[in-house]
Design a protein around this ligand. Structure first.
Ligand SMILES: Cc1cc2nc3c(=O)[nH]c(=O)nc-3n(C[C@H](O)[C@H](O)[C@H](O)COP(=O)(O)OP(=O)(O)OC[C@H]3O[C@@H](n4cnc5c(N)ncnc54)[C@H](O)[C@@H]3O)c2cc1C
Ligand code: FES
Length: 259
């Protein structure tokens, strides 16, 4: 069920260089959000920026919902300026989240940079029910945000924490060494990472779902502004906001990538 609510901001935490976690009170969203779903947030009362900005549901604590983001442009600049008690205008939870079913025993959670965003809520949903191994990658250790996760391994480009290299290579190495019972990969991050992960998943015959961060406007399937190219589906394109943002990686074609 999608809700439109005005939510008071309850916390603003700086958790890394330019990386912010904002919490706001919304009992309804907190009770209904699934991992991988997102919120489309109007960041202020003006028309600058004109469109809402989409953010994954990062975490839920009782009646509070949290998002995590890096400050890039107008939208995130407005969000980071929020004071406690001010409000955000939120549509959500939107889209289809990760599919959690009986077809896997071990969840391999993979986050690239702030692609970590949907993983804490997924961990909460899976904890105690499935085996979980989490793989986080970033440029440097300061950009690794390990909160609310389980059984974490890290990869950094500059070797400041964990494995030196990409998070996909880290996972590949892990799978060479460990016998993993009925695995399934759940991932979010830059397209180039997700594309490489899709190749690894195909090579190793592991099901893999990815959450895409396509540019969006309405977030609810009206503006047709968020097409995702599909492989051998009934339709050549799907709307990321309505039919995603989570897709089976083998069913999508990443921009500039040969499938
Ligand atoms: C379903 C979904 C979930 C998302 N979840 C998150 C989340 O949990 N946390 C998060 O930080 N972002 C998330 N994003 C991306 C987020 O929507 C953008 O970061 C946000 O729109 C930026 O808004 P802005 O106004 O600050 O920047 P804009 O003014 O929109 O962009 C400013 C500049 O930054 C670049 N830019 C914008 N976003 C990104 C990005 N994510 N990575 C690299 N460069 C970027 C743009 O190309 C532009 O050059 C998600 C996107 C989708 C579709
Ligand atoms: S953002 Fe408008 S249709 Fe997807």
């Amino acid at each position: 069920m999608m809700l439109h609510t005005i939510c008071p901001v309850t916390s603003v935490e700086h958790v890394g260089p330019n990386i912010i976690v904002i919490g706001f009170r919304s009992p309804e969203i907190a009770a209904s959000a699934n991992a991988g779903q997102f919120l489309n947030i109007k960041v202020n009362e003006t028309f600058q920026p004109l469109f809402r900005r989409p953010f994954s549901v990062y975490h839920v604590e009782e009646e509070t919902v949290k998002i995590i983001f890096q400050v890039f442009g107008l939208g995130t600049q407005s969000l980071v300026a929020k004071q406690l008690g001010e409000s955000v205008d939120v549509l959500g939870p939107l889209g289809h989240g990760f599919r959690v079913d009986d077809n896997f025993e071990t969840a391999l959670l993979v986050g690239g940079g702030l692609g970590v965003a949907p993983l804490p809520l997924l961990t909460r949903q899976l904890s105690g029910k499935k085996n979980i191994a989490t793989f986080l990658g970033a440029r440097t250790k300061e950009q690794i945000v390990p909160s609310f996760l389980e059984n974490i391994q890290t990869a950094t480009d500059d070797a400041s924490l964990g494995f030196k290299g990409t998070v996909v290579s880290l996972l590949d190495n892990y799978l060479k060494v460990h016998q993993v019972r009925k695995p399934k990969i759940f991932a979010c991050g830059p397209n180039v990472m997700l594309n490489a992960l899709g190749e690894l998943a195909q090579r190793r015959n592991i099901p893999c779902e990815v959450s895409l961060e396509t540019t969006m406007a309405c977030g609810i399937g009206i503006c047709q502004g968020c097409p995702v190219e599909r492989v051998q589906q009934e339709k050549k394109y799907s709307l990321c906001c309505k039919e995603g943002p989570v897709f089976d990686v083998q069913t999508i074609i990443f921009p500039n990538a040969q499938h």
